[in-house]
Design a protein around this ligand. Sequence first.
Ligand code: GLV
Ligand code: MN
Ligand code: MN
Length: 403
Amino acid sequence: MTGGVTGLLEAIGSIGRDAGSGGFRRFAWTRDDHDLGEWFAAECTARGLDLTEDRAGNQWAWWGDPDAAPGRAVVTGSHLDSVPDGGAFDGPLGVISALLAVDRLRADGFTPARPIGVVRFVDEEGARFGVACAGSRLITGELTADRALGLTDADGISLGEALRTAGRPVEVGPDPEALRRIGTFVELHVEQGRAMIELGAPVAVGSDIWPHGRWRIDFAGVADHAGTTALTDRSDAMIGFARLVLAARDAAERNGCLTTVGKSRIVPGGVNAIPSAATAWLDARGATEASVRAALADLTAAAAADHGVVTEESWTPVTRFDPELITRLATLLGGDDQPAPVLGTGAGHDAGILARAGIPSVMIFVRNPTGVSHSPAEWAEPDDCDAGVTALAATLADLAGRP
Ligand code: GLV
Ligand code: MN
Ligand code: MN
């Protein structure tokens, strides 16, 4: 049942692994995603935790009855899906550390005064259907069922069809009952930058998430022969696309934020055919909403010059975690003479969605010595992972130990 963080990472290490890149391709509502859910359920059952599922398919495992006194449970967990060629830690570290923290508390003879929950959120990365944190956004109502079911993947398969194929209910939607159980939410996550390397700290407390969003930009052209169409006769969708990519970079530099075009679709996609359509997906984030919006205005103007159409696919405002929880955890997880470091992040998380739904939430970060994430190079040393489990167990004991 155990083997520490490394053992549990290895237990799922073959699921969704891409032999070429060495990274993971664990996308929502695929066979691999199903296998990850089965693995999670088996680990919870082996621990005698009671499993429930909400109206988005997120899995919750309970130590104690969360309905005996709603609103008091202390819940921890994260996600198991990945970006294309993602690392092993983004998501799984939080789920695995939650299971191991429960083991640790039990080994210590701890008796919770409040129910403890372990959650596995579905579709956090939005790698297949485009909307990140779809599982948590659905239950909070931030993502409507109509919109979610109509989202399509690269093959044109809708989320609704994917759920049906996976044998899942399609009656997804808000689940206030699931949310009402949660008193406090704590998500442990691998750090996705370099701040903790510089601080020399294995564990830190999360303070806030930058405002961030995703946009689709469509350019139209006319398909024609690459060898017979004069440059002056062409309407090439790729030209606007290329200018947009450079405009996005310039806009980020000018406005002090981050922009990324990491996904594209070129139609018809033949080497010898002039593109009739080109779509760019843009991710933009920054310390302030004003910086992101200013960059977006700049690159929208650039796209318009090439008749590009910009469509917002998601927007997440700045999210601040619960100030009392931040202080409490920084003190609890710090040394004798100083609190644990408190850090913000530019990465989105289900903890942010729950925080914005009014649930007191906070995060714990575990140092990543490469500083790299969303890549197979993502890493956390076993000793730091163990420090994360220790920190999470101490947090659960503190939060769930008092009536
Ligand atoms: C989630 O990992 C994100 O893209 O912020
Ligand atoms: Mn991620
Ligand atoms: Mn994550």
